[in-house]
Design a protein around this ligand. Structure first.
Ligand code: UD1
Ligand code: CA
Length: 498
């Protein structure tokens, strides 16, 4: 039985070591808060440990502690931040964590905060193996092609794990070892407390290394073990921005592979980015240059992209979103968006509705089969079903102080270039004339005309732009009309001169 199948928590506590400076990131943001695939480094580690359902989760904070604590409160409010005042090393961090939870006994997962590719399956297997073997400590290892910078796993002739040696303290022979320490351990709480109290800082960095616990337990005659990760990618840390980009790419490859195997078409995996937190249903299509972020869900048969970003959006079955940027928008089944539109929070498109090209929408409900096809700003509005909003319409929602609501009824026809000055209601089946500035409610079925009548100043070009190509064209047209007998015999009279 794996720990996932038991009802008892598999470990008593999870301890995440996250106080390190992360100097190599060269960032004002603490290392564990850097993001990839929709979560922070810390968020990924906590997600990998979540299925263990530990009673206690402790996160050791230090560098950038306020920011880390705020983030933790947002993503894992049950986790307890424990302050490591001075960053004296990973072993010191582990000791500080365990002394903050003196009641914890039994197996404890210790994990570096910078291992974003760690998978729950791997952690679960490590814990299961630790419990099966009855070890005092079990370390997660991996065989990697390039072990540079990592702790090496030293085994004896019988293959038993004997020590972990940091690269800077390693002999040439040890440096040649390609099995590395992942920075993920399960240990018995009492054994950890005992040995962590004894570790020194007699190494190249003068730090207290958590890794030294292993050799101390071996010297005490305690059983220790190592579990190799199936996928060496699982154990890769993240120490600088080059590694961050590499981890992001690997994580994305994993997400896309899983989606494709489940039936999602990903046209160009190189330029498509999907967060681990997003969901895409089989038979959806992701076109090149698409980013699916946050809690976005995409239903079957939807086509997204090319060049589209969706953050926390819901896309219904058979909908299409082309070259657009959308956040906190609900795009109903069979609805279409784009190209080149911007859906802001609170946009809700009903089934079969349309947001066309160069439209900005915010906090608006667009009814079934209604269309906002071109060059429009629509904000703080309710639009009924079967309505059409003419090109270049503006929902004038803001008076400089407050936002106001516009209601457009069913089957309304808003003429092109209408200003709908909110608060205002256009009744069911009403029309507005193109170019109108609508400041008063329009009753159902009425045609609202709110623009000044047209005035033609006849002959103005001939008089005021004499000799210009326009004047010549006008004269030619007049002559032609006169010759055909359709024009007026005398020159048109000017209304007024300006
Ligand atoms: C560590 C391991 C190394 C392993 C590698 C895997 C040690 C001594 N070495 O090396 O064997 O191969 O991870 O990626 O642990 N931390 C604190 N407080 C401190 C110092 C560190 O909380 O005072 C935390 C860091 O935030 C980090 C973790 O401990 O999450 C490991 O520290 P780091 O400096 O990243 O160790 P590495 O050199 O990567
Ligand atoms: Ca590290």
């Amino acid at each position: 039985m794996t720990p996932q199948e038991t009802s008892e928590p598999a470990v008593a506590a999870v301890v995440v070591l996250a106080a390190g400076q992360g100097t190599r990131m060269r960032s004002s943001t603490p290392k564990v808060l850097h993001e990839l695939g929709g979560r922070s480094l810390l968020g990924h580690v906590l997600a990998a440990a979540a299925p263990l359902r530990a009673g206690t989760t402790v996160v050791v904070v230090g560098a950038g502690r306020t920011a880390v604590e705020e983030h933790l409160a947002a993503i894992a409010p049950d986790a307890v931040p424990v302050l490591q005042e001075e960053q004296l090393g990973s072993g010191h961090a582990a000791a500080v964590a365990l002394s903050a939870v003196p009641d914890v006994e039994g197996p404890v997962l210790l994990v570096n905060g910078d291992a974003p590719l760690l998978r729950a399956e791997t952690v679960t297997r490590l814990v299961a193996e630790h419990l099966r073997a009855g070890s005092a400590l079990t370390v997660l290892t991996a065989a990697v092609d390039d072990p540079t910078g990592l702790g090496r796993i030293v085994r004896d002739d019988d293959g038993r794990v004997r020590a972990i040696v940091e690269e800077r303290d390693a002999t040439d022979a040890e440096r040649a070892i390609r099995e590395i320490n992942a920075g993920v351990y399960v240990g018995d709480a009492a054994a950890l407390r005992r040995t962590l109290a004894r570790i020194g800082a007699d190494n190249d960095q003068g730090e207290q290394y958590v890794t030294d616990v292993l050799a101390l337990l071996v010297a005490d005659g305690e059983p220790v073990g190592g579990v190799r990760a199936d996928d060496p990618d699982d154990v890769l840390g993240c120490n600088d921005r080059v590694e961050l980009a590499a981890r992001r790419r690997t994580l994305n490859d994993r997400v896309l592979e899983e989606l494709m195997r489940s039936g999602v078409t990903v046209v160009d995996p190189q330029t498509t980015w999907v967060d681990v937190t997003a969901e895409v249903a089989p038979d959806a299509v992701l076109q090149p240059g698409t980013q699916v972020q946050g809690a976005t869900t995409i239903a079957a048969g939807a086509v997204v992209g090319p060049d589209t970003t969706l953050l926390d959006c819901e896309v219904g079955e058979g909908a299409s979103v082309v070259r657009s940027h959308c956040q906190l928008a609900v795009i109903g089944a069979e609805a279409t968006v784009g190209p080149f539109s911007y859906l802001r929070p609170g946009t809700r498109l009903s089934r079969g509705s349309k947001i066309g090209a160069f439209v900005e929408a915010k906090n608006v409900e667009v009814g079934e089969d209604s269309k906002v096809p071109h060059l429009t700003y629509v904000g703080d509005a309710t639009i009924g079903r079967g309505a059409n909003i003419g090109a270049a319409t503006v929902f004038v929602n803001y008076d400089g102080v407050e936002k106001h609501h516009t209601t457009v009824g069913d089957h309304v026809r808003i003429g092109s270039d209408t200003m709908l000055v909110a608060p205002v209601t256009v009744g069911d089946g009403a029309y507005t004339a193109a170019g109108s500035v609508i400041t008063a409610d329009v009753p159902p079925g009425a045609m609202a005309v709110a623009r000044s009548p047209q005035r033609n100043v006849a002959g103005w070009v001939r008089r005021r732009r004499a000799g210009s190509p326009a004047a010549k064209a006008a004269e030619a047209a007049e002559n032609e009309a006169a010759a055909a007998g359709t024009g007026r015999s005398e020159a048109p009279r000017a209304d007024t001169e300006q």
